[in-house]
Write a protein that binds this ligand. Sequence first.
Ligand code: Z5A
Length: 203
Amino acid sequence: MRAKFITLEGIEGSGKTTSIKSINNLLEQKKIRYINTREPGASSMGNELREILLNPNTNISSEVELLLMLADRKDHVEKTILPNLLNDTWVISDRFMDSSIAYQGGGRQLDLSMINSLATYLNLPTPDSTLLFDLPVEIALERTKKRGKLDRFEKEEIEFHNRVRDAYLELANDNPDRIKVIDGTQNLEQVQAKVIENINQLF
Ligand code: Z5A
């Protein structure tokens, strides 16, 4: 079987990162080689971009924010995603292109056709499967607040996060075969069971 490219998406605090462990366990049981990666910040250059992008003191326009996200992504695809897929290794990425559509398109309200044109120009791979963790913004932000210091995105007003959530749901509606919505309000066991059910469908 060809190695799969799986992405995890959702508003912050939706439970994406927590779910990676369940996917890893399943792949290990099946003796499948995989890597975990993330955006922004998969490479050393990506980490520098991540510092800039998440720092609450960074003052950049929405367009610059989008271009930095895309620069990080192109480098991620070239150095990590494609080489691993070609080497028969599954790639599990915490965020990918849908994040730019949801955050820079939905949240920042940049023109979606411009974002899609840039993505087409960059010739990015399409994930085999995307799990979208969905829950009301208030619940998700309550979870992230417990971590203490808020980053540049977490500091945005609630309307921003609601626009991000709506953009994600629209993406899921437009791509029902690829994007599977997981109800993030469920308890951890229920969420993990849904994650496993969805990943099992790839076999
Ligand atoms: N961004 C962008 O704007 N454009 C782009 O193109 C890309 C990214 C690629 C990256 O932040 C930021 O960059 C992100 C969007 C923007 N915005 N923010 N902030 P990040 O990588 O630092 O953070 P994140 O991706 O948003 O992840 P997160 O905040 O760590 O959230 P999460 O991974 O979805 O959730 P979690 O860490 O798994 O869970 C959060 C907490 O909830 C944790 O304490 C868990 O124990 C708890 N949890 C999880 N599931 C449950 C359930 N089911 N019940 C109860 N509690 C739970």
